[in-house]
Write a protein that binds this ligand. Structure first.
Ligand SMILES: [Zn+2]
Length: 277
């Protein structure tokens, strides 16, 4: 059984967040700890309110709890100061996750376009993996283009870290498609999971406004992009997806947008159970 959830905002307050979770009837959740476009935290880090949030999330059975790191994080940056700032940011995010009793910290490799310093990336991944408490995983998210969009590259990278069990992969469907993985084709989906070699821990579900292999990172509503409903069904009905948590990261262009996307997701997953019986 897949647990399903959405990326929601906590900037509007804890109680509205909990209300929204209940309204959407989800059992996993992704949030930012602060502003996603700066290194600095802007959300509440007051320990009392974090404790309150942790209790509430437990009460309503949210599992896994996922924190998405700011977009600027790039451990493999060619600039040492950027890589260092990124490592500090991730360290803070890890603490935040630990206080909230969460499970996954998802982060990107910076832009798809610039080359990265792999040695530096492994150095920082090593030091972060040392700090990861039991029960928490650092998840590398696949990029929509460049070398870091290749799943085999992520898998190899994780195996170069001294504690690979502290890491994992978050697969984003829009990014997969933009990187040239055709989710409408079952063999292609097989190939993704063979490359990942058991390291996928979480799915970000989006359709893609960009074309196959375009490198364009533009998320679309489920079934309304170029992957299309049939492509999303092929992907979600794949045997490797069976127990993975799924978080939608679809556009929030109307008040009902998340609810509508979740409805389609539930329908597809419900169909899968019928088909496999
Ligand atoms: Zn994503």
């Amino acid at each position: 059984m897949n647990r399903i959830g959405a990326h929601l905002h906590i900037a509007t307050g804890i109680d509205p967040l909990i209300k929204e979770i209940q309204l959407l009837n989800i059992n996993t959740l992704q949030i930012f700890s602060g502003s996603p476009r700066t290194y600095r935290k802007t959300a509440t880090t007051n320990s009392e309110s974090l404790k309150y949030l942790e209790n509430k999330l437990q009460e309503i059975n949210i599992y896994p709890l996922v924190i998405h790191a700011p977009y600027l994080v790039n451990l493999g940056s060619l600039r040492e100061d950027v890589a260092l700032k990124s490592a500090y940011t991730l360290e803070n995010e890890l603490r935040f996750l630990e206080i909230l009793n969460g499970q996954f910290l998802v982060f990107h490799f910076g832009t798809s376009k610039t080359p990265l310093n792999e040695k530096r990336m492994i150095y920082y991944l090593d030091s972060l993996a040392d700090m990861v408490p039991p029960g928490i995983n650092l998840l590398l998210e696949n990029n929509p283009g460049g070398e870091t969009s290749k799943i085999v590259y992520l898998q190899n990278l994780i195996n170069k870290v001294s504690k690979p069990d502290r890491l994992g992969i978050c697969l984003d469907t829009c990014h997969l498609y933009a990187a040239g993985y055709n989710l409408r084709n079952n063999d292609s989906v097989n190939h993704i999971f063979e490359e990942a070699d058991g390291m996928v821990k979480l799915i970000h579900l989006n359709d893609s406004r960009g074309n196959l292999g375009s490198g364009v990172d533009r998320h679309a509503h489920i079934g309304k992009g170029n992957i299309g409903l049939q492509g999303i069904i092929t992907f979600l009905h794949h045997k490797y997806i069976d127990d993975l948590p799924i978080i939608i990261e679809t556009p929030k262009d109307s008040p009902d947008a998340d609810g509508d996307n979740l409805k389609i997701l539930r329908h597809i997953l419900g169909r899968k159970m019928v088909d496999s019986n």
